[in-house]
Write a protein that binds this ligand. Sequence first.
Ligand code: GLU
Length: 313
Amino acid sequence: MPNAPDLEKLKSVLDGIATRYAGEAERGDVADYIPELADVSLNHFGIAVAPLQGAPLLAGDAEVAFSIQSISKVFGLTVALERVGATLWRRVGREPSGDPFNSIVQLESERGKPRNPFINPGAIVVADVILGNAKPGDPEEPVLDLCRYLAEDPSITVDEAVFQSEVATGHRNRALAYFMQAEGNLEGEVPEVVKSYFRQCSIAMSCRQLAMAGRFLAAGGQGAAADHAAVTPERARRINALMMTCGCYDASGEVAFRIGLPCKSGVGGGILAIAPGIAAIAAWCPGLDDKGNSRLALAAIEELSREMGWSVF
Ligand code: GLU
């Protein structure tokens, strides 16, 4: 794979995508099971690309903050691996689930061990590991702290209205957590663990901030993250592998087929994609397809990776 992208070509591809997608009629539907997300306008579209060096390139609403939701699972996983290393895998698997992200069925048949860290029960276990392995002096919200550090932007914050909305409606996540507690796979108290999970999901970032925060995964774990977290090249490779196989809900295979890059999406309509050795990409449009992935963000990343020749395959 080539390294430094042709910035002029990249800029023109991004501008072309943003202009066309601003007027696209088929935008999907906003997630409405978290009431606060249902109020976000479908008209937004933003995209940012952070090459390994230098400033990110932006187009459309790339500076508008949105709810990163499940994309936070990438940063949660990074913190948990930093804290407990490979022992994490005793409590959470590494296989695609083939079930919806909040399914309880698989948990029951597999005795409380979630298939992977990117479905809700997996991320709840990851939140439990982070809480249970805090050392004195650790930040109160380590996932938020990592996002700020990686994006080099201390202004990143939790959207309190989204957080309250999740607390008010997140019964299914509590059910998943209680089920895992019953199976002996949750050490903390459910309300505390779930609160920490909801807070990380409610982090708001713009495409620019998100692309910057994801850049360490394109850089083999090096760069800013190397000073903060123990992100070795091997660990970055493995996080990327999980994004490729499990990052886009029950459409992860289809996304690998269409785009060929590790991606993680969230119900807020954001997608983080990694072109290893080249750049991190963040795209956002709140309208989702029937699998819960942003329709236009996915299409935009597909177009970008094709135009730039960035597939890992
Ligand atoms: N906070 C959301 C939930 O737990 C995250 C969903 C997502 O983005 O996949 O339901």
